[in-house]
Structures are given as structure tokens and as C-alpha cells.
Design a binder for this molecule. Structure first.
Ligand code: ADP
Length: 425
């Protein structure tokens, strides 16, 4: 009985030893597996992280072959991740990288020169801006063993920067304009008010000759008109800028409109130096009943402004104004003068608020510099285009072109005049 017990003890001891060694073996295997598993998991984790950062990452070997590209890189350039992967050299992708970027990558691969550039790459369908950095990657011994290229899409940021800069420029420009506005307007308003107050005081003096009284009254009248005109201009430009002008369109007879412009020419001449100029109205033959649908007052305002400028800036010679029918739905109004002219570089400028061309400070004429910008604003509202052709010393032609307007020819025999008005310059 005792012997059997000893046998049992021996058996369990050897079993125990065997089990111990099996456990040790299993633990070792487990450790290796765990290590493998751990390292595998880490790689996956790293790749998941790399795939999800909003930057394209490309790892190159020393020859420039792509070892790794994250998901963002493949989606950014619309490349199939399996595309020719084993032999994929970065230099085979030239069409997407563009020459600028490729040059920098060449320098990185050939001369180990890091780079940091901003470039426009042709993304399929659209152009986008990328900030790209290329670096050398070193191993523990400090030897370069690969390259890393990091690409960030900065299109939205660049656009925002651009918008900020242009908003700042616009704010600065508007600040300048406001300053110009205040100084111009205070001049335009103060001058006639000072005249009115001064000559009212003089009028109150005793023993004034009748002629002198009349002269003073005329000055007061003209100054009041100028004041009213400046206030109208300020209100108009403010309304145009804030989109508050409401057109009152109706069927109007064009020749009536031209006759009413013609009727105020003597006043415009008196107001602007009273020079004896030849004033010619040119309207097409048989056009008595011609009508268009527009805002008569606003159209007249533009024409009066153009004719007044022509008179104001012409010392001698002629001012012609009228219109031509280009075809059944296109009209060309014009005002032509033989005045001082405008140099080509100033053609756009004169349509801006308060812009006046001052020839070496020899300006002798009055004006706020608002007339043409108001005319342009009104022309836009009337679906017309205002334009100028001019030669310094010879004269100017201002056009008001209606490219698309319904012209009612009634039963008149008016033939469209296909040629554009010849400026003669
Ligand atoms: P204003 O006549 O009040 O100065 P406008 O806006 O009407 O303002 O005109 C702007 C500028 O354009 C004028 O100051 C002048 O320098 C130039 N200009 C306009 N019309 C003519 C013209 N017919 N001939 C020469 N210069 C002109």
C-alpha cells in the first residue's frame, strides 16, 4: 500500500515537471506571439493615424520610389492605391506634380536638399494650392535612408487670406474716398453758401446801383443753383451706391427728349463761361415718332451731364449731340466736342467718384467730379453702356449705347444706320 502511494507521488512529480516545462514553452511562445501581435497592432495603428491626418504623406526611398503613401495622398491625386505600386517612382507622376514641385523633389533626391514651397498643382478638374515640404529621414546612425514629402492643401486658407487682403484694400480705398468725399463736398457746399451769404450782405448796403444789385442777385441765384446741384448729386450718388434708385419707365419719344436737352443749352453755356460754341443736334431722318421704353428723367440727366461737360471743356469749336439707330434693337446716343480731350490712361478714371483730370493744376472749371460716376451708375440701371473716345487737344466723344432696347419705329421709314458713329479721331 505504501509502495503504491510512493509510486503515485513520483508520477505526479514528473507530470508536474513536464507541465512546468510546457507552461514555460507556452509562455515563451505567447510572449513571442504577443510581441508580434503588439508590433502588428502598432503598425496598423500608425497607418490608421497616418491615413486620417489631413495631409498627404509620401515616403520615398533613396532613388525616389514611393515606399508609402497615406490614404490622403492617394485620394488627393485621385490615384488607385494599387497602381503600379512596386515600381512607382515619384518622377513617373510628373503630370500631377507639375514642374515646379518636381524640380524641388529632384533636388531633394539628388542633392539631399530639403524644401518648403507653395505651389499650384493640377488637381483633376480644378487648380488648387498646396504647401509642400520635403525632408530627409535619417536612421539611428544619422545616415539618410529615405525622404518624406508632406503636402497640405492650403487653397481655402489662401482664398480666405486673399479675401481678407482685398477686404482690407477695399476698406482703405473706401476710407480714402470718404476723405475725398468730405473735402470735395465741403468745398462744393461751402463755396456757394459763402457766395450767397457774402452777396446778401452786400445787397443790404445802401446806395447800390441797379446794375450792381442785378449782378449780385445773379451771383446769388447761380450760387443757389450750384448748391442745389451739389446736393442733388450727393443724394444721387448715395442712392446709386445703396441701390435705392427706382426707375420710372414709360414709352418716351426720343426726339422730344433731345429737344428738351437742346432747350437748356443756353443756360448751360451761361453757367460755363458763356463761350460761343456751335451746338449741333444730330438726329436720324424720319425719326419723329421713334419711341423707346425707359426712364426719361434719368436718360435726360445723363445726356445733360455729357452735354454740359462737353461745353465746359471746350474753349472753341463745336459740340454735337444726337443718336444713331444701329439696328432694330440697338441705339447709340453720343456727345462729341472739339475740346481739351482726355488722355487714354484716364478713360476709366474719370468715371470714378470725385475723379477729375487736372492738367498741371491749370483747372479753371468748377465741378464736383461726380457727374460721370452718376451717369455711369444710371447707365448701368438703364441697361446701357457709357464709354469715351478722346484725343488730347482734339476733343472727345462720349457714347451711351443701348445694346438691347425695344425701339418702336411706328410707321416711320427710319432706316437703321449700321455703322458705329465715326469719332473722326
Ligand atoms: P466734373 O465735370 O464735375 O469735374 P465729371 O464726373 O462730370 O465731373 O467729369 C470728371 C472729369 O472728366 C472732369 O473733371 C474732366 O477732367 C473729365 N471730362 C469729362 N468730360 C470731359 C470732356 N467732354 N472733355 C474733357 N474732359 C472731360
Amino acid at each position: 500500500m505504501k509502495t503504491e502511494e510512493n509510486n503515485d507521488e513520483r508520477f505526479s512529480l514528473s507530470q508536474f515537471e513536464e507541465m512546468q516545462s510546457r507552461i514555460a514553452k507556452l509562455e515563451k511562445e505567447n510572449k513571442i506571439l504577443k510581441e508580434e501581435l503588439d508590433s502588428g497592432n502598432n503598425n496598423d495603428n500608425v497607418i490608421t493615424v497616418l491615413d486620417n491626418i489631413p495631409l498627404a504623406l509620401v515616403n520615398l526611398d533613396l532613388e525616389g520610389n514611393i515606399l508609402f503613401g497615406n490614404a490622403f495622398y492617394y485620394s488627393l491625386f485621385d490615384i488607385d492605391p494599387n497602381y503600379n505600386k512596386s515600381t512607382d517612382s515619384i518622377f513617373n507622376l510628373s503630370q500631377i506634380w507639375g514642374t515646379n514641385m518636381l524640380d524641388s523633389i529632384s533636388q531633394l533626391v539628388n542633392d539631399k536638399k530639403s524644401f518648403d514651397i507653395e505651389t499650384e498643382l493640377k488637381h483633376p478638374g480644378q487648380k488648387r494650392i498646396y504647401k509642400t515640404r520635403g525632408l530627409c529621414i535619417k536612421n539611428e546612425e544619422g545616415t539618410i535612408n529615405s525622404y518624406l514629402i508632406i503636402i497640405g492643401d492650403v487653397t481655402v486658407r489662401k482664398k480666405a487670406e486673399h479675401e481678407l487682403i482685398s477686404a482690407r484694400d477695399r476698406a482703405e480705398e473706401s476710407d480714402k474716398l470718404k476723405t475725398a468725399f468730405i473735402s470735395n463736398i465741403s468745398h462744393e457746399i461751402r463755396t456757394p453758401i459763402n457766395h450767397i451769404l457774402g452777396f446778401l450782405e452786400l445787397l443790404a448796403m445802401d446806395n447800390l446801383e441797379l446794375d450792381t444789385k442785378k449782378e449780385y442777385r445773379d451771383i446769388i441765384y447761380r450760387s443757389s443753383q450750384a448748391l442745389l446741384n451739389s446736393i442733388d448729386n450727393i443724394i444721387d450718388i448715395a442712392r446709386i451706391k445703396s441701390g435705392q434708385i427706382k426707375l420710372k419707365k414709360s414709352e418716351i419719344n426720343i426726339n422730344d427728349l433731345f429737344n428738351s436737352v437742346h432747350s437748356i443749352i443756353p443756360d448751360l453755356q451761361t453757367k460755363n463761361g458763356g463761350r460761343q460754341l456751335e451746338i449741333i443736334k444730330r438726329i436720324p431722318q424720319n425719326s419723329e415718332n421713334l419711341s423707346i421704353c425707359t426712364d426719361a428723367n434719368r436718360l435726360k440727366q445723363i445726356m445733360v451731364n455729357l452735354v454740359e461737360n462737353a461745353i465746359k471743356f471746350t474753349h472753341e469749336g463745336r459740340v454735337e449731340f444726337g443718336y444713331k439707330i444701329i439696328n432694330n434693337n440697338s441705339l447709340n446716343f453720343f456727345v462729341k466736342d472739339t475740346g481739351i480731350g482726355i488722355k487714354e490712361g484716364d478713360f476709366d478714371l474719370i468715371f470714378e467718384n470725385f475723379r477729375q483730370v487736372d492738367y498741371k493744376n491749370t483747372r479753371e472749371v468748377e465741378g464736383s467730379g461726380l457727374g460721370l460716376s452718376i451717369s455711369k451708375g444710371l447707365a448701368d440701371l438703364l441697361d446701357a453702356q457709357i464709354d469715351v473716345k478722346s484725343v488730347v487737344g482734339k476733343g472727345s466723344v462720349f457714347y451711351l449705347h443701348f445694346p438691347n432696347i425695344k425701339i418702336d419705329l411706328k410707321d416711320n421709314n427710319t432706316n437703321p444706320q449700321p455703322e458705329i458713329f465715326d469719332t473722326g479721331f
